[in-house]
Ligand binder design. Sequence first.
Ligand SMILES: Nc1ncnc2c1ncn2[C@@H]1O[C@H](COP(=O)(O)OP(=O)(O)O)[C@@H](O)[C@H]1O
Ligand SMILES: [Mg+2]
Length: 274
Amino acid sequence: MLDARTETDTLLEVNNIEVIYNHVILVLKGVSLKVPKGGITALLGGNGAGKTTTLKAISNLLHSERGEVTKGSILYHGEPVAAQNPADLVKRGVIQVMEGRHCFEHLTVEENLLTGAYTRRAGGGTVAEDLEKVYTYFPRLKERRKSQAGYTSGGEQQMCAIGRALMSKPETILLDEPSMGLAPQLVEEIFGIVKDLNEREGVSFLLAEQNTNVALRFAHYGYILESGRIVMDGPAAELRENPDVKEFYLGMSEEGRKSFRDVRSYRRRKRWLS
Ligand SMILES: Nc1ncnc2c1ncn2[C@@H]1O[C@H](COP(=O)(O)OP(=O)(O)O)[C@@H](O)[C@H]1O
Ligand SMILES: [Mg+2]
């Protein structure tokens, strides 16, 4: 079991962090989580829960948002990330794929992928070999290699964003809402590729998702974030079977399937908060 591993297998450790925007807006109120080596860890929660803020705190991208970690610590391989800029962190193996699949629209798909090689970590093959490897995981990108990224589909742009991150030879990818705005079939395809990258390339993932259902099918462990606090965590298989998670996040309960709107109206009944 992943959660029974020893401390030495922990890549990333977030200890009780608080994040404040604009000196006054308290958004994270004591968030702690661990990302083990070789795992897919899901950070779940609705819109505005604080998922993106958590990922940006880890990759040191809050400054440009006027955000600040005011309490707690974030350690990667036991060393604080606070002293590193985002480019240093990429060299240490941590890269974030931003929400909203950011590609350079005017560059081709292949040029986008090549920009990812700029902060590569040492070791391994040539850039050309790495590019071919990305194409083996994302055959669609190979087909579209000469297309201007701005004219490719939403799914292809998400693949391009993940592919570009892979070109830096990451140890850990912080992946922010890969399913956003994509049709279910494409979401399955992208999560399938994430699973392959995890199993075959040993890339560890911290995956922020509102789509609890799909995330808990592919992740090993999950944390549920609500209003800036972790309200529950556990192995994904256990979370999937938890009655509260079923009711409030998977839209299912003993009475049968519920629409998300119904589920929301029952929020105050949440057992873990009462
Ligand atoms: N730059 C910012 N300045 C002020 N408040 C922000 C900023 N970014 C996010 N927030 C607020 O922080 C909260 C958490 O946002 P976010 O981390 O984006 O949540 P999620 O990714 O889970 O949807 C929200 O209430 C949001 O309005
Ligand atoms: Mg977000």
